[in-house]
Design a protein around this ligand. Structure first.
Ligand code: ADP
Length: 338
């Protein structure tokens, strides 16, 4: 694997600053030692005050350069350490969340199985237990899929099948599937507008996007759940909005929520399940389609709006489209051959 050297990496800059520092120090000592006797003699014979002044000026400039190099190095090392620290903190939270997410469905499945094994459970209750176990298994599966997707994203190895869709229809079908999956009341989800334009998408990847955004809207609404989905097409883009009336997001957290592992933790927010992976995966999927995702919220307890913008088929860059469709054909040939 080839690694590109990033010359703006804080550690690299720090090393350069230290080398500059040492070089200047060496130069300073060399200059001082080699000129000291001459300068002293000249100064003593002619004008000691002038000689002293010029020496001071060079010494001052070198000293300043030296000091600035040290400060620049310290500054970058500080930023780098800070980033590392917050990453480690987020990662620790992630491990704690994943452990919790794995343990609680497993514990409940075990409990149902033990009850079924040790007691005489009536037929109707058995059905109920099985449904609850299926729900827990689905939860585990979705968690494992998120982790696998993240590792695929990081290795740039997401397998994608791109096709051209009338996007409004595709999104409506996806929403129907999501409502079914999360057992939502269809009246709580309102679809406004239509999108007759066409886009090149990977249907399954877009399903991950819709599932995550709807799931978040449900999780982060404490009162009655209500979600409005707005669709429209411009001459260049397909716009899709998810507008909820949930707990909202403060302004300073709005651009952080797409970072991997990031979750908002506040004592007054009840313990809501999650890992902080969902929106990061969503953003990567939208980017891989050449689109953008953003969030807007008036603030806490004032709902959130997630806006997705995807290029329509006619304006998607030709090279980008060719690349996507070629990759899909290759995959299809491989699976036909297998
Ligand atoms: P998870 O849902 O597993 O916590 P996400 O990456 O999906 O992870 O979301 C990151 C964080 O963004 C959430 O923990 C939550 O604090 C915030 N968030 C996401 N969606 C919403 C929403 N619709 N309303 C309020 N906050 C949200």
């Amino acid at each position: 694997m080839r690694h590109r050297i990033n010359i703006f990496h804080p550690v690299f800059i720090f090393i350069l600053a230290q080398l500059a520092w040492l070089f200047l120090l060496g130069l300073w000592i060399y200059w001082y030692v080699s000129n000291y006797i001459i300068l002293k003699q000249v100064g003593e014979n002619f004008a000691p005050q002038i000689a002293a002044k010029s020496t001071n000026l060079v010494a001052l400039v070198s000293g300043l350069v030296l000091l600035i190099s040290v400060l620049v190095g310290m500054y970058f090392i500080f930023i780098y350490l800070n980033k590392q620290l917050s990453m480690t903190r987020l990662y620790d939270n992630f491990i704690a969340n994943v452990t919790h997410e794995l343990k609680s469905p497993l514990a409940s499945i075990l409990l149902y199985l033990e009850t079924l094994r040790d007691r005489k459970v009536p037929q109707t209750r058995q059905q109920e237990f099985v449904s609850l176990m299926v729900k827990d298994v689905n939860r585990l599966q979705s968690l494992i899929n998120s982790i696998l997707k993240l590792s695929g994203i990081e290795k740039k190895k997401l397998i994608a099948h791109y096709h051209v869709y009338r996007i409004g229809d595709a999104v409506k079908t996806l929403l129907g599937e999501t409502i079914e999956l999360f057992k939502l009341d269809p009246d709580s989800v309102r679809i406004e507008g239509d999108a007759p334009c066409t886009c090149v998408i990977d249907y399954n990847a877009l399903k991950v996007v819709v599932d995550n955004l709807v799931d978040n809207a449900v999780k982060f609404t404490s009162g009655t759940f209500h979600l409005t989905i707005q669709m429209s097409c411009t001459s260049k883009f397909f716009n899709l909005k998810f507008i909820d009336q949930g707990i909202g997001i403060s302004k300073n957290n709005q651009n952080k929520i797409f970072h991997r592992f990031f979750r908002i933790t506040k004592p007054d927010i009840p313990d809501i399940r999650g890992t902080g992976l969902g929106l990061h995966i969503v953003q990567e999927i939208i980017r891989s389609h050449g689109g953008k995702i953003s969030v807007f919220s008036e603030g806490e307890n004032r709902g959130s709006t997630f806006t997705i913008e995807l290029p329509i088929y006619q304006v998607s860059k030709k090279r980008f489209l060719k690349h996507l469709l070629k990759a899909t054909k290759k995959l299809e040939k491989q699976s036909d051959a297998a």
